[in-house]
Each structure stands twice: as C-alpha cells, then as structure tokens.
Design a protein around this ligand. Structure first.
Ligand code: NI
Length: 166
C-alpha cells in the first residue's frame, strides 16, 4: 500500500477527462487499494483517480463514520436523476474550503466493480452528492467551478497562498 499525491486546485491536470477502464487486473486492484488508503488518510469521503493524476474512470467512496463501507465505482454512467438538494461540499483537492453546491437529490448509476462486473446503484442524500461530485472529477470538473467567479478567484488565491506557505 502507498499514499498517493493529491493534485490541488487550480492544478490544470484536474481538468483532464478520464478514459474508461478496460483492464480489470492486479494493477487496477492495487490502484484502488492505494486510492482508498489515501482517501482514509486525509479523512475524505470520496476520491476520483483524476485527483491522483491517473486519468481513468475510477472512484472510491466511503461515507460511513466507521470507514468500513468502501464503494468502488468503475466506469460509472448516470442513468436517471431527479429532485434537488444543497450540501456544503469539500474536496481533498480544495483543502479547507466548504461551499454550498446544488445537486440532484436522487441519482441512479450503472458501473462496474473492481472485477469488471456490471452493477447498479440508486442513491440519495450524502451518497448521491458524493457520487455526483466524484463523477464531475472524471470529466475534469472541480466543485468550486459551480460557484460564482468571485468566489472561485478568492479560493484560487487562498489555496495558492496556503500551498506556498506549505
Ligand atoms: Ni473532490
């Protein structure tokens, strides 16, 4: 196992569009293990491969308090969505910022598990928010881009400062 380096906004590599996973092998399994370990280490509830500079359609999520309910989503596709909800979102690529974002309330997705098996999932509440947030990463979108230009500029400045000061 190994911790992976998380890209920080506004790193342009966060805007790359991920490619589908086609090989379900040991390399994929160890990447998933490392992504999960990295997410848990930094107290995240979701991590997309894009955030660790691997541009493949892979997401790990665990919204449980106990950190024992890992969900791995490979090649997820949004099938249906309805309603709206607002949630204060954070992101491991945007350290120390939480901002209210509007998303769908209910989503259904098709995806593959780590063995390549096709599965479906319907989610509401926080899990639904998390799935939508992580799926955005796979198409090169970061949640701050849903905020006003003014807020985006402020966040960019503050993070750049934060990173410089280490
Ligand atoms: Ni994120």
């Amino acid at each position: 196992m190994a911790l992976l380096n998380i890209l920080k906004y506004p790193d342009p590599r966060l805007h790359k569009v991920a490619d589908p996973v086609t090989h379900f092998n040991g390399e994929l399994a160890s990447l998933i293990t490392n992504m999960a370990e990295t997410m848990y280490e930094f107290n995240g509830i979701g991590l997309a491969a894009t955030q660790v500079d691997i541009h493949k359609r892979i997401i790990v999520i665990d919204i449980s308090e106990e950190k024992n309910s890992l969900i791995t989503l490979i090649n997820p596709i949004l099938k249906t969505y309805s309603g709206h909800q607002e949630y204060d979102e954070g992101c491991l690529s945007v350290p120390s910022f939480f901002e209210t974002v509007k998303r769908y309330e209910l989503v259904s997705i098709d995806y593959q598990d780590e063995h390549g098996q096709t599965r479906s999932l319907t989610a509401d509440g926080l899990l639904s928010v998390c799935i939508q947030h992580e799926m955005d990463h796979l198409v090169g979108k970061v949640f701050v881009e849903k905020l006003s230009q003014l807020k985006q500029q402020r966040i960019k400045k503050k993070i750049t400062k934060l990173l410089r000061s280490g």
